[in-house]
Design a protein around this ligand. Sequence first.
Ligand code: HEM
Ligand code: HEM
Length: 135
Amino acid sequence: MITLHKNIATTIIFLVLIRMFWRYTHPVPKLPDTMSPLMQKFAHVGHLMLYLMLLALPITGCLFSWSAGHPAPVLYLFEIPRLVQDNPELLAIVKPLHIYLSWFAGLLILGHAGAALKHHFIDKDNVLLSMLKQK
Ligand code: HEM
Ligand code: HEM
């Protein structure tokens, strides 16, 4: 299971870099004016935290594996070159970091998806549909 987890999760590093390039070159839809400035700020901070998780989780995951003396494989095709060797001191930091961050990210994603559903079914605005079409 751990090997499967690594082979899938390492792809996030490449996908998030593509996404960040895309985000930089393509503006996202504006949030609806019905949202207060504070709520809009809250949404932007939430999205920033999601991006931070998408970077921090694969980075701490790779450091976790390398410092424990294991590889970081990608889709069973190749391995990310090892940037650190076996290192118990680093392992003691990145192991709990990876585990706590992963659970925090899980909560963040649940809140994020819940907010998207609230926009659609309770506020009945365009936020969820803006994932599909620009308006
Ligand atoms: C978006 C990316 C990732 C997410 C969401 C994620 C999530 C998780 C979660 C939920 C756990 C279990 C935590 C627990 O024990 O409570 C875990 C463990 C682990 N992850 Fe990741 N991870 C990601 C990326 C990676 C990467 C890229 C690697 C290494 C190449 C990696 C290596 C590991 C290892 C070695 C464990 C510990 C397994 C064990 O000893 O039980 N992770 N990860
Ligand atoms: C059921 C699952 C999900 C739904 C319904 C959903 C829905 C949405 C919606 C409607 C937006 C647009 C908000 C806006 O207009 O500002 C959005 C943005 C975003 N979502 Fe999700 N999302 C889901 C899962 C995820 C997951 C799993 C992640 C990452 C781990 C994620 C990361 C993001 C990020 C980073 C943004 C901000 C995009 C940007 O500003 O560049 N979402 N999501």
